[in-house]
Design a protein around this ligand. Structure first.
Ligand code: C5P
Ligand code: MG
Length: 163
């Protein structure tokens, strides 16, 4: 059976916020955030959601399978490494990302001023131009003030196809 030309992937991640940690989103530090993510790695929920989206598009499972948080090898791992590995698995199977959309839910601070930096950083990691990386922000309207969450979708296209 011929593989589909396009496949969609979706991923999510959330971490608890704690003082004395730097919040990192899409590889971009947010020093004005009063709290950062409690995590085994750098706690970058945006990159974790994107990595899961890449894997899910090809039904390759999730990042926990490739980077188990019980394995000390991955302690303090830069999340870009996780996304790169997920991307590699996608490329090996003959697909490449077309565009990425990521939504970060965080009550404070306002992240709008970081949008371009985050889009550029994510674009670099996934090998796309920043115009193909949509970055949106939401508050939880005070419903989840103690955590940061990200949701991401990725469109994958089978490479080598005629338009
Ligand atoms: O969650 P809510 O719809 O109230 O967010 C309103 C707007 O505030 C969002 O559309 C987004 O532009 C911005 N926002 C932000 N940084 C956040 C949360 C929301 O810039 N941490
Ligand atoms: Mg609203």
């Amino acid at each position: 059976m011929l593989e589909p030309q396009y496949r969609i992937g979706y991923g999510e991640d959330a971490h608890r916020l704690e003082a004395n940690r730097v919040l990192v989103l899409g590889g971009v530090p947010v020093p004005d955030a009063p709290r950062g993510a409690v995590a085994h790695s750098d706690g970058d929920v945006a990159l974790h959601a994107i990595a899961d989206a890449l894997l899910s598009g090809l039904a390759l499972g999730d990042i926990g399978q490739y980077f188990p948080d019980t394995d000390v090898t991955w302690r303090d791992l830069q999340s870009a490494v996780i996304v790169r590995r997920a991307l590699e698995l996608v490329l090996e199977r003959g697909y490449a990302p077309v565009n990425v959309a990521v939504v970060v839910t965080l009550d404070a601070p306002k992240l709008g001023p970081r949008r371009a930096a985050i889009a550029e950083a994510v674009a670099r990691v996934v090998g796309l131009p920043p115009s193909e990386v949509g970055v949106s922000f939401k508050t939880s309207e005070g419903l989840a003030p103690d955590h940061v969450q990200a949701r991401a979708s990725v469109l994958l296209r089978r490479s080598g196809d005629a338009d």
